[in-house]
Design a protein around this ligand. Structure first.
Ligand code: OAD
Length: 231
């Protein structure tokens, strides 16, 4: 059976109004990664980190899925083979666009994690500096986001899918962050065709067999239509 593995990044949500990280004016121009996206940064200044993710949670709650999210939802529903959706995004726009079983390898804004006992619960819109854990009562609640230096989620499952997929696609991701940037090579070794759909060529573009450059809302629906029509 055909199996498509799709990896998405911030570029797919850009046209829904959510800023990317590394484009001009992106989040990493306005904030230092080591301050807001590392366990050390959280230990140093939890208020700053909670404020950063509270603001992103509020922005994500306002955002609506775009034509690219909706096309992938359609592909998962209507494709006769298996479609595995892996995202580095922490918003819920794939789900809002009709996708199911989304593997959020970098966590989710909608989830809170207890740094003390590992319990997870639905994050309130505004997390407090000393957010109490509903399971162990300790004030150790943090955003359930995978920070630099931490291990991404669902890696065993993602690796198993990459090793038996027939097509691998990366959409709206710069190829700057591993392990996601290395997925194309694993799929390639497995014999899969690979395609990059991005505004511009990514850092790892030479590892892909095919490129479709353009805005996600334009190139993704076209690509999905081709797959669904069997071309
Ligand atoms: P980046 O900001 O690194 O890259 C966004 C990519 O999307 C770039 O290659 C852009 O060219 C492309 N892009 C921008 N607008 C687009 C559009 N309208 N249509 C299509 N493509 C567009 O974001 P990611 O690759 O997702 O991790 O970043 C990977 C990880 O780095 C993130 O998950 C985050 C960040 O640090 C954590 O916070 C753990």
């Amino acid at each position: 059976m055909e199996k498509i593995v799709i990896l998405t990044g911030a570029g797919i949500s850009a046209e829904s109004g959510l800023g990317t990280f590394r484009d001009a004016g992106g989040l990493w121009e306005q904030h230092r990664i080591e301050d807001v996206a590392t366990p050390e940064g959280f230990a140093r200044d939890p208020a700053l980190v909670q404020r950063f993710y509270n603001a992103r949670r509020a922005a994500a709650a306002e955002a609506r899925p775009n034509a690219a999210h909706e096309a992938l939802g359609r592909l998962q529903r209507d494709y006769p083979g298996e479609v595995v959706l892996v995202t580095q995004n922490v918003d819920a726009l794939h789900e809002a666009g009709g996708a199911r079983d989304v593997l959020h390898m970098h966590g989710e804004l909608a989830s809170a994690l207890c740094a003390a006992c590992g319990h997870r619960w639905p994050a309130p819109m505004e997390m407090q500096v000393k957010e109490p854990c509903p399971a162990c009562d300790r004030p150790a609640g943090r955003p359930d986001i995978v920070w630099f230096g931490e291990v991404p989620y669902h890696m065993d499952e993602i690796m198993a899918h990459l090793k038996d997929c027939t097509l691998f696609a990366a959409i709206g991701t710069s190829g700057e962050v591993y392990p996601a940037a290395g997925f194309v090579q694993i799929a390639d070794i497995a014999g899969a065709h690979s395609v990059e759909l991005n505004l511009e060529a990514s850092s790892v573009h030479s590892n892909f067999a095919e490129a479709r450059l353009g805005r996600a809302t334009e190139v993704v629906p076209l690509w999905v239509a081709e797959l669904l029509s069997g071309h």
